[in-house]
Design a binder for this molecule. Structure first.
Ligand SMILES: *Cc1c(COP(=O)(O)O)cnc(C)c1O
Length: 396
């Protein structure tokens, strides 16, 4: 990307000249097939012309449907953004946005003749890559850390052919994993450099475009881990603009937790991105302290596209999880809650205008977490308890 060298479509992870990130180029004329997306296919493959995968036998699928784009008027009024939408990714097969990129990653592994695809994961990537590997008849070699939730561990054990639990940090594991990838033992299903994988996440924008009646919102708010969702979706919006299908590219807003807030810090100070050594955050999907080159690119896109960035504490995340559930009936995992909590904060600070039509990409279901049970007291069934409940409307 940085040195403008072009490579034919083949298995490359980095530029062979400068070592930089690769970005896949498409023929805009081919994309104009978008005027009539492939209505026989659903999910990512509805937009197959936008993906670097050519043979339909590699279109790995579990029958994904477009995820809902839900108007959220009560939540919007509460956080000061009345025209708020939630793009809810919780209904994908493994309950997170990662399924979009896992589909293109496993399809690319097949296309390039690999038998094993792997990933180093804090929880969601492992079950997602393993799910689609299994579906594709590949081995899914997933390297997982044990601080994830019991629900996620059970899921990983169920769907993966080869799971390894590592002792140490993500950074310790990733250097070993990258060495195995360099030997071509394993197709890289990770987010650090693989240019094929993130392509699936362009469909977040393509679906929103169709769901809004073929136009763009003012603002899109994304949780940021490695920045793939923001980068891929904003690229799709830029392409739609280049094709004159939308009038504007939405402002990208990066949402992180305070613990892993490298983009927010750089954006606020106007300085360069500084990697950070991070501890625990409940928003596991954002727990990346060193985004590497993808971080630089994320910050560049935010600056180029008039975006913004913000961060919130774990307490704000947990409180917003309850607010979303009680006002809109959506049960969202902590990482998926981050964009809403950050949108609330930025609306208060007037960084997001109250009139902006804003889409929060809510990336995960809350059903993958282990939550401490609320304190409840059981009582003997009686009509009286129903009368009391109806009268006081009290949550029991
Ligand atoms: C991994 C993950 C993210 C972060 O996505 P990036 O595209 O790497 O920035 C967001 N939400 C959830 C639920 C995730 O699992």
């Amino acid at each position: 990307m940085d040195c403008n060298t072009e490579h034919p479509l083949a298995y490359h992870l980095n530029c062979t000249r400068c070592g930089g990130l690769l970005e896949i180029k498409y023929d805009l004329e081919r994309l104009s097939a978008f005027a009539s997306p492939d209505t026989n296919r659903t999910g990512v493959w509805r937009y197959a012309a936008w993906m670097p995968i050519h043979q339909p036998e590699h279109f790995i699928s579990l029958g994904e449907q477009p995820t809902p784009l839900i108007p959220a008027p009560r939540l919007g009024a509460a956080i000061g953004i009345p025209r708020l939408w939630i793009k809810f990714e919780g209904g994908l097969p493994t309950g997170t946005v990662k399924d979009r990129s896992s589909q293109t990653a496993t399809a690319a592994a097949k296309q390039f003749g690999f038998e094993v695809i792997g990933v180093v994961s804090t929880g969601n990537a492992a079950s997602s890559i393993a799910t689609y590997a299994t579906r594709a008849g590949l081995r899914g070699a997933v390297f997982c850390y044990t601080k994830t939730t019991q629900a996620k561990m059970a899921h990983i054990v169920g769907v993966s052919s080869d799971a390894i639990w590592y002792d140490g940090s993500y950074d310790d594991m990733i250097s070993v994993f990258d060495a195995a990838v360099d030997k071509e033992w394993i197709f890289d299903g990770g987010a650090t450099r693989n240019p094929y994988k993130q392509e699936g996440k362009k469909t977040v924008a393509l679906e929103v475009f169709e769901q809004l009646g073929r136009r763009a919102p003012d603002t899109m708010v994304y949780p940021v881990g490695m920045g793939e969702t923001l980068l891929a979706s904003q690229r799709a919006w830029s392409t739609l603009k280049a094709m004159s299908l939308v009038k504007n590219v939405p402002r990208p807003i990066s949402a992180q937790s305070n613990e892993a807030n490298t983009i927010a810090t750089a954006w606020t100070s106007g300085e360069n991105l500084q990697p950070k050594s991070i501890g625990y955050t409940i928003a596991e999907g954002t727990a990346v302290g060193d985004m590497g080159r993808k971080g630089l690119l994320t910050l560049r896109r935010i600056r180029e596209q008039n975006g913004a960035a913000g961060c919130v504490s774990d307490d704000e995340i947990l409180s917003m999880q309850q607010t979303i559930a009680s006002l809109e009936g959506l049960w969202v995992g902590p990482t998926g809650t981050v964009p809403v909590a950050v949108a609330a904060r930025l609306a208060k600070d007037h960084v997001i205008d109250k009139n902006d039509e804003t889409v929060c990409v809510v990336t995960e279901t809350g059903l993958k977490g282990d939550w401490a049970p609320s304190h409840v007291e059981a009582e003997k069934p009686s009509l009286h308890m129903i009368e009391r409940m109806l009268e006081h409307g009290r949550k029991t």
